[in-house]
Design a protein around this ligand. Sequence first.
Ligand code: GAR
Length: 206
Amino acid sequence: MKNIGILLSGRGSNFEAIARSIATGDVPARIAVVISNRRDAAGLARAQARGLDARFIPSQGKTREAFDRDVIAALEACKVDYVCLAGFMRVLGSCFVQKFSGRILNIHPSLLPAFPGIDAQKQALESGVKFTGCTVHLVDEGIDTGPIVCQAVVPVLESDTVESLSARILEQEHRIYSEALKLLVEGRIEVDGRRVKIKETVTSDE
Ligand code: GAR
């Protein structure tokens, strides 16, 4: 069973969705640790309520390298194989990305490469696009630039506010994050340049 480490900074609804998929057996993995750089993150309390190893590792007042080192040490101590960024609002340095190369997923609330960075839903509304959505991608050293694993499309309605659009995107985030994590832990993701190819599951007739 592969060990997952979750990094979050806020509400933690994507973490909850992953935890549910693991509990139902849809994703064959185990959450080894949940780490937040914010002590008051609701996601950390949710992890504690589930009886998980939930840790606060402060980022304030530390260099990026020092914070990354502390997080890497915790993940390694918990024998983490794969890392999920679930509303984790800090950029990871190259040392971190290289250490877990090809083993870090992030969820972003837009159809990347459109609207990277913060306030993706607001950016989508202001740009006037008719469709937006969400993306799960492997993390590389850029911001929201890694190879795309799964995407879901969400129409933008004339009546939408940032809140209503974000809520509909979030429903899709919860669905595709577990889908992408399942592919990753099953070893079915193959990266070819910028493209991700999904290997078929091997079924045996024997
Ligand atoms: C989600 O909408 C996620 O896509 C977004 O933060 C929210 C976290 O919600 N992440 C980013 O914008 C990363 N650039 P959650 O804490 O309820 O999972």
